[in-house]
Write a protein that binds this ligand. Structure first.
Ligand code: GLU
Length: 439
């Protein structure tokens, strides 16, 4: 896996280098864009349920803060490694710049498998990590959030620990401003309505806006351009927070969801499946595989079980990898049939596959745009905390829609004007914005 981290880092730095060279930036400026400001490697000890003390290794990497405080999630995963966290921190800098929010980029991670620890152990690990980063995070300096295997409950423990430490230090911040150090929190600790759905919602907003842009363009995308959402078939890989909300909200927008999967496998229902019935069935069975649900009825005759690999190769219009990195790669790129790929996971399409598919005319919506709804609503949460405000959900969703549509619009215009794929255009927009503020 550290190999995967290395690959991810090479590919993130590779895209920045290529874009910066295209912009004719001097080498010294390119080096500054590639380097991280700070790499914190942390080691802390936690008492396990059996009374033994265990040492955990963790990271917080702060890449660039030209546009504002370092911003980015914390993942709990056995494969977390320095290169991967660095790649993800770098991509957060780009993502926040693409989203047009006043943040730089950072990322954190703790190396362990959360599935193998008890609830009490998970809480003690979360609190210990918050203590370990407490001297360098803060509402105006570095603002963590959830990522893979972390959630509002984990943010609750972390922010609680952090506030206790800061209050003992007699900070000038109000409690609500201290809460702003972490986003993706539960509502009673300054969380915002709309944050849980935000990443999926943002992806659907981008998809709809993209389709209407393709419609007005005379391209070879006539199959998508001339159809209404209902006739567009979508396959979503991943049924966690991101995949589930993307699928559910796309269904609400009348797209036809024909396939879903989780880590154990998936289902394919040709005529379209029911997302919430599938979720209910997954909760009962422990897996999406075998949940062939149309309307509220699940019946084996409706569909078939497929593997995660098969899902990617289905005859669909839109493919949404919303789980892991590098799933569309040199091995399967020639078998991809979708004409639009929406990168809801971070880094699901490798560089090689990206180049191949782009040449084939596939439109790939890059992760730094497609999944930026999460960090955009994190910003709205932070903003409310800093100002002591509480917004209604409609206000959050309206702002999210406006911000995402604006982000796409600027990238789309650049992509058309310079004949660049969306990813290249997104990186150019981001780098220009960062450079304008970098001292
Ligand atoms: N972990 C999410 C991401 O990769 C959200 C980050 C945040 O809200 O700060 O975009």
């Amino acid at each position: 896996m550290s190999n995967t981290g290395k690959k991810m880092l090479e590919s993130a730095l590779g895209v920045i280098t290529k874009t910066a060279k295209g912009l004719k930036l001097p080498d010294a400026t390119i080096d500054r864009l590639l380097e991280s400001d700070a790499v914190h490697e942390l080691h802390f000890s936690v008492t396990m349920d059996d009374g033994t003390e265990k040492i955990f290794t963790a990271y917080r990497i702060e890449h660039n803060n030209a546009l504002g405080p370092y911003k980015g999630g914390i993942r709990f995963h056995p494969n977390v490694n320095r290169d991967e966290v660095r790649a993800l921190a770098t991509l957060m800098t780009i993502k926040c710049a693409v989203a047009g929010i006043p943040y730089g980029g950072g990322k954190g991670g703790v190396i362990f498998d959360p599935k193998t620890v008890s609830g009490g152990e998970l809480e003690r690990i979360s609190r210990a990590y918050a203590r370990a980063i407490s001297s360098f995070v803060g509402p105006e300096y570095d603002v963590p959030a959830p990522d893979v295997n972390t959630n509002p409950q984990i943010m609750r423990w972390m922010v609680d620990e952090y506030v206790k430490i800061q209050q003992a230090r007699k900070t000038h911040y109000t409690k609500s401003q201290l809460w702003a150090t972490f986003t993706g929190k539960p509502l009673d600790l300054g969380g915002t309505l709309g944050r849980t759905e935000a990443t999926g919602r943002g992806g659907v907003i981008i998809l709809k806006a993209l389709l209407s842009k393709l419609k007005t363009q005379t391209t070879n995308h006539k199959s998508q351009a001339n159809s209404n959402t209902q006739s567009l078939k979508i396959a979503v890989q991943g049924f966690g927070n991101v995949g589930y909300y993307f699928a559910r909200l796309a269904e609400e927008e009348k797209f036809t969801i024909v396939a879903l999967s989780d880590s154990k496998g998936g289902v394919y229902v040709k005529e379209g499946l029911d997302v919430d019935a599938t979720l209910k069935c997954k909760k009962e069975k422990g897996s999406v595989a075998g949940c062939y649900c149309k309307g509220s009825v699940c019946n084996i005759a409706y569909g078939k079980t497929i593997s995660n690999e098969e899902l990617l190769e289905l005859p669909v219009d839109i493919l949404v990898p919303a789980a892991l990195e590098n799933v569309i790669n040199a091995q399967n790129m020639k078998k991809i049939k979708a004409k639009i790929v929406v990168e809801m996971a971070n880094g699901p399409v490798t560089e090689e596959a990206y180049e191949y598919l782009t040449k084939q005319g596939v439109v790939i919506v890059p992760d730094v745009l497609a999944n930026s709804g999460g960090v955009t609503v994190s910003y709205l949460e932070w903003y409310q905390n800093m100002k002591g405000e509480t917004w209604r959900e409609e206000k959050v969703n309206k702002r999210l829609k406006k911000m995402m549509e604006e982000a796409l619009d600027i990238i789309w215009k650049k992509s058309v004007a310079k004949k660049l794929p969306l990813k290249q255009a997104a990186f150019e927009v981001a780098i220009e914005r960062i450079l304008a503020k970098m001292v």
